[in-house]
Design a protein around this ligand. Structure first.
Ligand code: HEC
Ligand code: HEC
Ligand code: HEC
Ligand code: HEC
Length: 134
């Protein structure tokens, strides 16, 4: 475990104590998250830059769905969206983030919009999926 991850865990425990041990008081992780489920390469996702653009957690962390209820408001996507999809959930790992050609989906549509406004958000496979992300 990296020192930064360890720190995040310790801070998380501290926050848990401060909020009376309720698992529901969540904060966005400060350190980037590396999603390692795709053989095409891992994806490094940072909350810090994204929160400035998205504004609200719910832009990505959708509300609880009747098919499978959330255990926490910002539960990890990969708990429920797996490859292949695990019933009762029907949206597989890839579809939770983008379509097979990466021309639409949660992560892509905002990037396309932002790029039209002069930002440099990745839309090509290799700009998100990198073997060097470990
Ligand atoms: C904006 C970033 C982004 C772009 C661009 C992107 N992906 Fe992904 N993709 C993700 C994320 C995040 C996941 C979830 C990965 C995980 O959980 O490890 C994912 C998941 C996948 C998966 C599912 C895992 C699996 O092996 O079944 C595949 C396949 C995939 N991407 C292929 C592609 C291909 C091919 C392209 C280009 C056509 C592409 N991606 C473009 C972010 C991106
Ligand atoms: C632009 C999209 C996006 C936004 C906005 C966003 N998140 Fe996330 N968040 C993610 C992704 C992607 C993951 C990684 C999920 C995974 O590992 O399966 C994640 C993971 C997390 C995790 C770790 C979950 C776990 O158990 O591993 C927490 C906690 C979290 N987010 C909290 C927040 C909070 C609080 C906010 C709002 C202040 C927020 N997020 C806003 C995309 C987002
Ligand atoms: C507790 C389980 C759970 C978690 C955690 C979860 N989802 Fe879902 N998600 C679902 C269910 C259930 C659906 C409804 C459709 C289905 O059965 O696949 C869904 C649907 C979706 C859809 C399809 C469009 C829609 O809203 O119906 C997308 C995209 C999606 N989730 C992305 C994400 C992302 C990104 C994360 C993490 C930031 C996440 N989900 C976390 C269970 C979950
Ligand atoms: C609300 C809009 C929005 C959403 C949703 C969004 N992004 Fe982004 N993303 C951006 C913008 C804007 C940038 C460019 C940031 C900059 O350079 O200032 C960016 C940049 C990135 C980068 C480049 C490195 C970085 O952090 O700057 C990666 C990788 C990335 N996004 C992955 C993802 C993934 C994976 C998802 C889906 C879970 C996602 N994004 C969802 C707006 C968004």
């Amino acid at each position: 475990m990296k020192v930064t991850n360890l720190l995040a865990v310790l801070l998380g425990c501290l926050a848990g104590v401060m909020f009376g041990g309720r698992a529901f008081a969540q904060t966005a992780p400060a350190a980037p998250i590396i999603l390692k489920g795709a053989p095409v390469g891992a994806v490094k996702f940072g909350h810090t830059t994204h929160l400035k653009v998205a504004g609200r957690c719910v832009v990505c962390h959708h509300a609880s769905k009747p098919e499978k209820a959330l255990l926490a408001p910002q539960q990890a996507c990969t708990d429920c969206h797996t490859k292949p999809a695990t019933p009762p959930v029907t949206t597989n790992l890839q579809a939770a983030f983008h379509n097979p050609t990466a021309t639409s989906g949660l992560c892509i549509e905002c990037h396309q919009t932002q790029n039209r406004n002069g930002k440099a958000a990745p839309v090509k496979c290799a700009d998100c999926h990198k073997k060097s992300n470990t």
